[in-house]
Design a protein around this ligand. Structure first.
Ligand SMILES: [Fe+2]
Length: 304
C-alpha cells in the first residue's frame, strides 16, 4: 500500500507539468532543490537554476546549442591538468574571478584598502626567500632595470613589520620561468619580509605582457568572440600579515599597449601604474599594500 502510494507520488510530479509553461517547469526544479541540507548550496543552486532558466528563455536556447555548451564543458575538463586549468581561465575571461574578488574586498576598498587582482595560474609554492634589496632577476636576464619599493600597512595606516610579500612576474619576453627553458628555475620570483616600518624593496627587470593560453576551448571562444588575448605587463603580489586577510593583487604597466584591454579584466583602477623612468635607463615602481584586519587564509597555490 505504502509502496504504491510512493510510486504514484513520484509519477504525479512530472506528468502534472504543463509542457508549454516554463514557469511551471522552473517551479518544479526549484522544488527539487528545496530539500538541499547545506543552506549555502541551496541558495547558490536556487539562483543558478533561476538564472539558467531565464538565460535559456532569453536566447531561446535550442537543444543543439545546449549540446554544444555541454561539449564545451567536457572539452574544458579534457584540456585541464596539473599545469593548466581551463576552468580558472573561463572564470577569468568572463570577468567572474575579478567580480568575486572585488565583491570580497568591498568593505576594505571602502576604507582605502588596496584593490585586489587575480592570483592567476603562475604562482608557485616555495618561491625563494630573498633579503630586502636583492634582485629577483638572474644576472643573465635581459631587460630594463626595475626597482620596486613597497610598504605594507593595515587599513588605518599602521605599518606591518614582518609581513611576507610574495612576488612573481613574466620576463621582458612575456614568459614566466616555468614556461621558458631559457630562464633559471624560480627566476623573477621572490619572497620578502617587511622591515620595522613595513618596508621592502627589490630589483628586477621591466616585465612584458603576454597572451593567455589559447590552445583549449577558451581560446576557441575568444577567437569566436573576436576578442584580444593579451594581458598587460604586470607584477603579482601576495601579502601575508598576521591578523590580516591575505591580499592578492597585481600592478600593471599603464604604458603597455593592452593596459586598458586586459583579457581577464584584472587591470582595474589604481592598479594601473606608471613605471617611473629613473633617468639612467631604468624604472621605479612605488606601491603601498594596505591590508584588511581579519583571518589570515592563504589562497590555493596552483603550481608546485
Ligand atoms: Fe601574470
Amino acid at each position: 500500500m505504502m509502496a504504491a502510494a510512493a510510486v504514484n507520488t513520484h509519477a504525479a510530479a512530472p506528468s502534472g507539468l504543463s509542457a508549454s509553461d516554463p514557469a511551471e517547469l522552473l517551479a518544479a526544479v526549484l522544488r527539487a532543490n528545496a530539500g538541499t541540507p547545506n543552506a549555502r548550496l541551496k541558495q547558490v543552486m536556487d539562483a543558478l537554476i533561476r538564472h539558467a532558466h531565464a538565460f535559456a528563455l532569453e536566447v531561446d536556447l535550442t537543444s543543439a546549442e545546449l549540446d554544444l555548451g555541454m561539449d564545451f564543458l567536457v572539452r574544458m575538463g579534457q584540456a585541464s591538468g596539473p599545469h593548466k586549468n581551463e576552468g580558472i581561465l573561463l572564470a577569468d575571461i568572463l570577468g567572474l574571478a575579478t567580480l568575486a574578488q572585488l565583491r570580497g574586498a568591498r568593505e576594505a576598498l571602502a576604507q582605502g584598502g588596496t584593490e585586489p587582482a587575480l592570483v592567476g595560474p603562475f604562482w608557485r609554492a616555495h618561491q625563494p626567500v630573498r633579503a630586502n634589496g636583492e634582485s629577483i632577476a638572474a644576472s643573465d636576464t635581459p631587460g630594463a632595470p626595475l626597482h620596486v619599493r613597497g610598504r605594507v600597512c593595515s587599513l588605518d595606516g599602521t605599518p606591518l613589520a614582518g609581513a611576507r610579500v610574495e612576488t612573481w612576474q613574466a620576463s621582458p619576453q612575456g614568459l614566466y620561468e616555468n614556461q621558458d627553458p631559457e630562464q633559471e628555475d624560480m627566476n623573477l620570483r621572490g619572497v620578502f619580509l617587511t622591515d620595522a616600518e613595513g618596508g621592502f624593496h627589490f630589483h628586477s627587470v621591466r616585465p612584458a605582457g603576454y597572451p593567455v593560453p589559447v590552445d583549449g576551448p577558451c581560446g576557441e571562444l575568444l577567437a569566436a568572440q573576436g576578442r584580444g588575448i593579451m594581458r598587460p605587463a604586470h607584477l603579482h603580489f601576495i601579502v601575508v600579515a598576521d591578523g590580516h586577510k591575505v591580499l592578492a593583487t597585481q600592478y600593471f604597466d599603464i604604458e603597455d599597449p593592452h593596459a586598458h584591454e586586459d583579457v581577464v579584466f584584472g587591470a582595474v583602477g589604481s592598479l594601473l601604474r606608471r613605471f617611473e623612468p629613473d633617468g639612467r635607463g631604468g624604472f621605479g615602481l612605488d606601491i603601498e599594500l594596505r591590508v584588511e584586519p581579519g583571518e589570515t587564509r592563504l589562497p590555493h597555490c596552483p603550481l608546485p
